[in-house]
Structures are given as structure tokens and as C-alpha cells.
Design a protein around this ligand. Sequence first.
Ligand SMILES: [Zn+2]
Length: 59
Amino acid sequence: MSERAAPFFCPYCGDEDLRPNEQGHGAWECAACSRAFQLKFLGLLAPGTPNNTTGREGI
Ligand SMILES: [Zn+2]
């Protein structure tokens, strides 16, 4: 995967009208609710996580 993660929905209002923010990498802004937020990669899960078969949820 790339170093950037693109959200599909605004985590605050659920709208899909997201656009990159000028704040930096991983920063997005929602045109619907005018909120700006930033995604942060926390790290990889430890191998053997019990519920890793539920699929990939995106963020
Ligand atoms: Zn929003």
C-alpha cells in the first residue's frame, strides 16, 4: 500500500465529499461539515490477533 491512507467517509458526519487538506500528509477536510482531521498510522497489529479474519475495514 502507499504511505497515504484515503478515508472514504467523514468520521464526523459520514459524508463522502472529502478532499486533501493543506496541513500535510493524511490531513483531510470534509466539505459537508467543514471539519478538518488527520489520519495517523499507529502501527501493525501483532501477528496472531484473534479477530483478523473479519476483513479490512479501511480506517
Ligand atoms: Zn463531515
